[in-house]
Design a protein around this ligand. Structure first.
Ligand code: COA
Ligand code: ZN
Length: 316
């Protein structure tokens, strides 16, 4: 039977946004094992890896091997991050479902991260869109630093809308508004998402938060109020851009699913399976993960009361 609860589409990014930022190389077979396990959890989309320069992101230098060897679930879309034409060629040779193109709204972060001006990035991505359009591969544009840049500071909403308009003009129908270093706050999210949806009603929007300042969950709730129904999140809450000073983990998948389900949404995600996969992460990356739920358990986890509780009020 179909759920009558509002559906939220959860998009898992740990093996891209998470692993890209880890000092310890996660072995290819371990990456595949994690992705295959995530494929069984009910996510709408999984961002598998990125086709970036292996010098820029050595942690994901095995992108082709990973993409070729994962076992795909028919209900999951498999996407990859693509920064330029070379990345698109590599990605397309692996039979991706979606190319997740990336550039920053902040000129400074675009130069730091992609070693190009924003105009150079746009020119590269324009070629990528032309090459892919009309094929079965979908195109998403991820706009980094939408809610603030750790080097430039505030980013104007007008500037975000200007870049959305340029990608919309190329025929791109999917866009992700990325809060790269956790600078977004609920009022800002509400305003940005409302305006984006009003100006580009034909586009499908995803919101991508980092929990750098503990505002990710509050931002998700704010976004829901504007009609946004797609979120990126990362298993264990790992993640971050190595070229954004002060970046830290994404909104944590299990924490977000736990909250959304309590709030009456249908995420289609099997939380107990997610927690099992999340429990594997610490060994793979060599340190604990930020996930709160992994430590605390869900709110249905009960603890035995201390023995004296039963004795209180009894005659001595
Ligand atoms: N995949 C593999 N190799 C690539 C590549 C890609 N997508 N793009 C470029 N290269 C290679 C080139 O072939 C060249 O190789 P060579 O030195 O053996 O000749 C080398 O990288 C330099 O190429 P160039 O075009 O000058 O790239 P660059 O050094 O200016 O770097 C990017 C540009 C975009 C490739 C690089 O900055 C990058 O990959 N950034 C991604 C950062 C990221 O993922 N951040 C986190 C996510 S937001
Ligand atoms: Zn991110």
């Amino acid at each position: 039977m179909q759920s009558t609860r509002p559906r939220i589409y959860m998009q898992e990014v740990a093996t891209r946004d998470g692993f890209q930022n880890e000092a310890q190389f996660v072995e290819t077979e371990d990456k595949i094992r994690v992705i295959d396990a995530l494929s069984q959890c009910g996510f709408a989309k999984i961002e598998v890896t990125s086709f970036t320069s292996p010098k820029a992101i050595p942690a994901l230098r095995d992108a082709e091997m990973v993409m070729h060897q994962i076992t795909r679930h028919p209900d999951v879309e498999y996407t990859v991050l693509v920064p330029n034409v070379r990345g698109a060629e590599r990605a397309l040779s692996c039979g991706i479902d979606e190319a997740n193109l990336v550039m920053s709204i902040s000129e400074t972060h675009n130069r730091a991260n992609l070693r190009m001006t924003r105009e150079q990035s746009f020119a590269q991505l324009e070629h990528v869109v032309a090459a892919i359009s009309g094929s079965r591969v979908a195109i998403n544009i991820s706009l980094s630093t939408t809610f603030g840049c750790p080097m430039e500071g505030d980013i104007s909403e007008d500037e975000v809308m200007r870049w959305l308009d340029r990608f919309s003009g190329l025929g791109v129908q999917r866009a992700t508004l990325c809060d790269t270093t956790g600078m977004a706050y609920p009022t800002q999210v509400r305003s940005m998402a409302t305006r984006a949806r009003r100006l580009f009603p034909h586009m499908t929007f995803t919101l991508h938060f980092h929990n750098t300042r503990s505002m990710a969950q509050a931002n998700v709730l704010a976004a829901l109020g504007t009609g946004i129904d797609r979120f990126d999140a990362s298993l264990g809450g790992i993640g971050g851009c190595p070229y954004a000073p002060g970046a830290s983990g994404n909104a944590c998948t299990e924490d977000m699913v736990h909250m959304l389900e309590l709030e009456g949404y249908d995420t289609n995600v099997d939380l107990s399976k997610v927690l099992e996969v999340s429990a594997m992460l610490a060994r793979l990356i060599g340190h604990d993960v930020p996930s709160q739920l992994l430590k605390a358990g869900g709110r249905d986890r009960l603890h035995p009361a201390p023995a004296y509780v039963a004795e209180i009020g009894q005659p001595k």
